[in-house]
Ligand binder design. Structure first.
Ligand SMILES: NC(=O)c1ccc[n+]([C@@H]2O[C@H](COP(=O)([O-])OP(=O)(O)OC[C@H]3O[C@@H](n4cnc5c(N)ncnc54)[C@H](OP(=O)(O)O)[C@@H]3O)[C@@H](O)[C@H]2O)c1
Length: 192
C-alpha cells in the first residue's frame, strides 16, 4: 500500500493559476501513454483539499464530458476543509479537517489495502510528506509555464529523501517523472 501524490504540473512547478484555472493543462496535447488507468485501478481512497474539490464541483459539466460522470470516482474520498462543503448525492465523500496523521488510520482503512491517491493541492501533499506518510510523487510535467499560481509542492525537502525512479516521454506535451520518498536515504545522507 502506497500513498501517491499523482498530479500534473507546469515546468515551473504550478498546479493551477492563482484563481484555480486549469486552462494551461487542457491547452496541451493529450499525453501519449497516460498511466491514469493503471493508477486508478489500484487506488482504494482519494484525498484532496477543498480548492481541488470545489474545482470539480464548479466544472461538473466538463468533468462529465471528459469522464462520463460529474463525480468519476467510486472510491471513498476524504476532502480536507474547515468549511461546510456541498456533497454529491451517491458519492462517498467525507469532509475532515486538522492533522493528517489523525485521519490517516481512517483513510488507510477506507483504502482496504489498496493505494491512496493524494489528488492535491501541493500543501496538502506536503502535510503528508511532513508526517512521513507520503511514499511517491507521480508528476506529469507539462510543457507550459505560469510564472505564478498554486504550487506543486511548497516544501523544502530534506536532503536525500527524494529519489527519481523513472522518467517517461509522453509526447510533445508531457513527461512523467516518478519520485520515491525515502526516509532511510535521508538519515544516511544526514549522517555523512
Ligand atoms: N494540475 C493538476 O493536475 C491538479 C491536481 C490537483 C489540483 N489541481 C488544482 O490546483 C489547485 C489546488 O489548490 P490549493 O493549492 O489551494 O489546494 P487544495 O489542497 O485543493 O485546497 C487548499 C484548502 O484545503 C483546505 N485544507 C488543506 N489542508 C487542510 C487541513 N489539514 N485541514 C482542513 N482544511 C485543510 C483549506 O481550505 P478551507 O479550510 O478553507 O476549506 C485550504 O485552503 C486547485 O485549483 C485544483 O483544482 C490541479
Amino acid at each position: 500500500m502506497k500513498t501517491q501524490y499523482y498530479t500534473a504540473t507546469t515546468l515551473d512547478g504550478f498546479l493551477a493559476t492563482p484563481d484555480d484555472s486549469l486552462e494551461w493543462l487542457f491547452a496541451l496535447p493529450k499525453p501519449e501513454g497516460n498511466t491514469y488507468a493503471d493508477l486508478i485501478a489500484n487506488i482504494g481512497a482519494l484525498v484532496m483539499g477543498s480548492a481541488t474539490y470545489e474545482w470539480v464541483l464548479a466544472h461538473s459539466g466538463e468533468v462529465e464530458a471528459e469522464t462520463g460522470s460529474s463525480w468519476p470516482y467510486q472510491q471513498p474520498t476524504f476532502v480536507f476543509s474547515t468549511r461546510e462543503q456541498k456533497l454529491i448525492p451517491g458519492a462517498d465523500i467525507r469532509i475532515v479537517q486538522g492533522d493528517v496523521r489523525q485521519h490517516f488510520p481512517d483513510i488507510k482503512s477506507a483504502a482496504s489495502n489498496k493505494n491512496i491517491w493524494i489528488v492535491g493541492g501541493g500543501d496538502l501533499a506536503g502535510q503528508f510528506y511532513d508526517a512521513h506518510l507520503l511514499d511517491e510523487l507521480i508528476l506529469h510535467v507539462g510543457a507550459a509555464t505560469l510564472g505564478t499560481g498554486k504550487p506543486l509542492f511548497p516544501r523544502l525537502s530534506q536532503r536525500g529523501t527524494l529519489h527519481i525512479t523513472s522518467v517517461h516521454h509522453h509526447g510533445p506535451g508531457f513527461a512523467e517523472i516518478r519520485v520515491e520518498v525515502k526516509r532511510e536515504g535521508a538519515e544516511e545522507w544526514e549522517s555523512k
